[in-house]
Design a binder for this molecule. Structure first.
Ligand code: GDP
Ligand code: MG
Length: 440
């Protein structure tokens, strides 16, 4: 999926303003890429329609780098479909909290039961695993093995006592949990290879009998185009409060995630990423969106956007630096470009890997940009071109005009002079020294 989008966005990157034809071409590529990734057709249609509408709107036209803006829109829309923010488990007001697992055979329910138990236990809970898959010969034993690995208790039917009746086992288990001080009950259920009326009825009956706080639908991320039909069948037959995507460690690139979340409107809550009990994590919609979009490429685009946007502009600026003709006026233009890019912080928020960068950006104050702009705008053209003119009375006038202080005006002029000096060195091919930072 990502290779394709990478190619599409690289094509966009070289353009200035986007024409409707550009947008249509891009949307067509996004559509193909999503279909290739096994996202279901109706989901792809809705998605591309939403992206197209926004991409043709004002936010892109006004953006200095439209390609960047389109990437942002695709990213936003992906996160939206994937549920926006991460959703946490809902705990019952009166314990035990009951969590029921449902899904096809082989989806990863039993493994998930162990993973959830281990994760909850580490958080101070005392989970009880309940064996309600009485269909498969070894299912109960498999749950017992997993429980032992996680170090938690199992509730299983005693031979001869209610064997074959998962509804009764589930009810008994919830009762037992209350007296044995288990604050969370995780009910593993049976699955079939395909959607099956009897199986649905059984899961539905268990649900009715124990009224769980959460019903988690477990789905194999590699299931491809079957994801939509399977999810819909489980929503109708059992209904669920959240989705767990399993086997995300494989080649799946999120097609099933998009389809299921979009078609059912239920949030994806966890991701399973391997056979081990530790291969499990809460699901973060923004990370999945990045995975789908291919992080590396977004980074490149942002870097591009942060640079001069336009090779020609960059060349001119470098020339000005080299010949000492870079003025406060040019500085103002650059500042306005920076502002047009929108919130730098927001854009970098898209990058899960750029942690250190994000921390730096938290210290970045966009209001400072506004004040700087106000100061320069309060200067006459002559002052902008020749900062040497700025004597005390001129600085006072500028401070008043911009609603700032002389100290701030002084600081800006100093910063500008330092930057101009540094850039001159760079433009001439030297290595500037930044105080306290060593060579850049
Ligand atoms: P159930 O039939 O829904 O209970 O599925 P199981 O929990 O028995 O899992 C079926 C198979 O998938 C087992 O071999 C698991 O080890 C494997 N499995 C489960 N979750 C994952 C996962 O996230 N990644 C990988 N690679 N394998 C998994
Ligand atoms: Mg199982």
């Amino acid at each position: 999926l990502s290779d394709r989008l990478t190619a599409t966005f690289s094509a966009l990157r070289t353009k200035g303003k986007l024409s409707p034809a550009d947008v249509d071409g891009t949307v067509r590529e996004i559509r193909k890429a999503l279909l290739d990734a096994d996202v279901a057709l109706p989901v792809v249609k809705d998605f591309t329609a939403a992206v197209r509408e926004r991409a043709l709107g004002d936010e892109v036209n006004k953006a200095l780098n439209p390609a960047q803006q389109v990437v942002q829109i695709v990213n936003d829309e992906l996160i939206g479909i994937l549920g926006g923010q991460q959703r946490r488990l809902q705990f019952a007001k009166n314990p035990p909290t009951v969590i029921m697992l449902a899904g096809l055979q082989g989806a990863g329910k039993t493994t998930l039961a162990g993973k959830l138990a281990q994760w909850l236990k580490a958080d101070g809970h005392t989970p009880l695993l309940v064996a309600c898959d009485l269909q498969r010969p070894n299912a109960v034993q498999q749950l017992q093995v997993v429980a032992e690995q996680a170090g938690v208790a199992v509730f299983a039917p005693e031979p001869g006592n209610g064997v074959g009746d998962p509804v009764r086992v589930a009810k008994d288990a919830v009762k037992h949990a209350a007296t044995a001080l288990h604050d969370v009950v995780i009910v593993d259920t049976a699955g079939r290879l395909g959607v099956d009326a009897e199986l649905m009825k059984q899961a539905g009956d268990i649900r009715k009998a124990i009224d769980p706080d959460e019903v988690l639908f477990v789905i194999d991320a590699m299931i491809g185009q079957d994801a939509v039909a399977t999810a819909k069948a489980f929503q109708e037959g059992v209904d669920f409060t959240g989705v767990v995507l399993s086997k995300l460690d494989g080649d799946a690139r999120g097609g099933a995630a998009l389809s299921v979340a979009s078609v059912t409107g239920r949030p994806i809550m966890f991701a399973s990423t391997g056979e081990g009990l530790g291969d499990f994590e809460p699901f973060y919609p923004d990370r999945m969106a990045s995975r789908i979009l291919d992080l590396g490429d977004i980074l490149t685009l942002i870097e591009q956007a942060q640079k001069a946007f336009d090779e020609e502009d960059a060349r001119k600026t470098a020339e000005k630096f080299a010949t000492d003709s870079f003025t406060l006026e040019d500085f103002l233009v650059q500042m306005q470009q920076l502002k047009q890019m929108g919130s730098l912080k927001g854009m970098l928020g898209m990058l899960p890997g750029a942690r250190g960068m994000r921390e730096q950006l938290d210290n970045f104050d966009e209001r400072e940009l506004v004040r700087t702009e106000a100061i320069i705008q309060s200067m006459t053209l002559a002052e902008r071109r020749m900062p040497k003119l700025l004597n005390g009375s001129r600085r006072l006038r500028i401070a008043k005009g911009s609603g700032t202080t002389v100290t701030e005006v002084n600081a800006l002029v100093n910063r500008f002079e330092q930057a101009a000096k540094m850039m001159k060195t760079v433009a001439k091919g030297g290595v500037p020294q930044v105080p306290g930072m060593g060579p850049m």
